[in-house]
Design a protein around this ligand. Sequence first.
Ligand code: NDP
Length: 460
Amino acid sequence: MADAPTTLVILGASGDLTRRLLLPGLGTLLSAEPTRRVRVVGADRVDLSQEDWQTKVRDAFAEAGLDTAVAEPIAADSRYLKTDVLDEAQVRSLLAEAGEPLVLYFALPPAVTVQACALLEKIGVPRGTRLALEKPFGNDLESARELNRQLLRVVPENDIFRIDHFLGVNTILNLIGIRFANRLLQPIWTSEHIEKVEIVYDESLALEGRAGYYDKAGALLDMTQSHLLEILAFFAMEPPATMHADEVRGLKAQVLRATHAWGHDPARASRRARYTAGSIEGRSIPDYVAEEGVEAARHTETLSELVVQIDNLRWSGVPFILRSGKAIGDQRKEVVVTFRPPAHVPTGLEDNTEPDRLVLQLKPGAVDVELSMNAEGNPFELEQKELHAELGKPRMLPYGEILGAILDADPLLTIRGDEAEELWRIVEPVLAAWRANKVPLQDYAAGSDGPAGWGTVPRR
Ligand code: NDP
């Protein structure tokens, strides 16, 4: 840790992300690591007194369960600077006030972030300044490239922290331990042993008033283009020699470069659907298109499935099914690995079991291994038995892990520029096929498990 406390400047400090995720995340980080030194500066265009800002910080820390002895000095030392991030004079005085070392966290609408970066290019930032950005990183491949070029004109790549908070989720980080830290699974993590992989994030939550954002994004961009492909990258990357950011991010980018729609046919490899009225656990859910702020003509999907292949030696021929949806009755947030059948089961054993599977539950974290074994009562029959391990409670919220890494200037848990471009390169052909109406927009009732017949892999 540096001698002077790092100043964390939150641009967009009066917004939703700051209140709901950043400040509570910081609170859990400080709870786990109370000796950390950080100075928090809030900046936004709204009028806010120092007292009001400090109350926001205190409340968020209290909500995160942070001891007041740790919270109070940091809250009392935190400052609010009313700033229009597009006004040169105001940004200059913000930078002068902030001090160094400095982290600029863009909790702003994406279009404002792009403009603010252009202004920072003009003004210049102190050497070593880190920029932290939220997704979306551009609206398509071309704008992602342009954003990367713009960011690189402000600071070097290793000082750019593109955030995907899934990378701070301990169950996802556990993929590294599961894959590489035991002798049992590490050798069988290949197409020779694995038949298919499903990465599923189905939630029972419906739109919940988020039409302003979600209706323009949809399930594919909200989840698959970012979080699910990032999980895939951790799952499928080649073994890193060290946990150094350059090593791991290089291997993630490498596997993403090899990833394409199944059969290189984005129309056959993808499915989309939108929920209609229904009910979930006694809650009545209106038709998606009847929700306030939704424009039916946008044909926004609330459930998407994309099957991808990885064209390399390790994964050739293995389908990866990426699925995510809202208003789903049976909430599933998991990575399911289905293993190939054994080459031979002794003749005379009655084998009517399912394939062996490893299920990594993302929320709450747990691992299940389902294996064929002798059946209870009759050793000449087989049945599936489950080995279950709970993953301990995370030490902090995902945003705490991410902020800790940014404050330590370690980009391991963030997305490198070329990775961000690959994520667009993978989904852009799918979006084009949808726009050309090559994939029907199906319906499913809220509270159901989605349209029938999904989860199968199209023949190539
Ligand atoms: P909000 O709109 O709630 O907050 C943005 C804040 O930035 C507002 O307070 C806004 O002020 C302020 N702002 C806008 N323009 C300027 C400007 N020129 N100068 C200074 N302040 C300005 O957005 P969110 O907090 O929801 O999202 C922020 C970012 O985080 C987005 O990129 C989003 O995609 C991402 N994100 C958000 C998540 C969430 O759950 N909220 C989750 C994951 C990512 P005003 O209200 O006056 O416009």
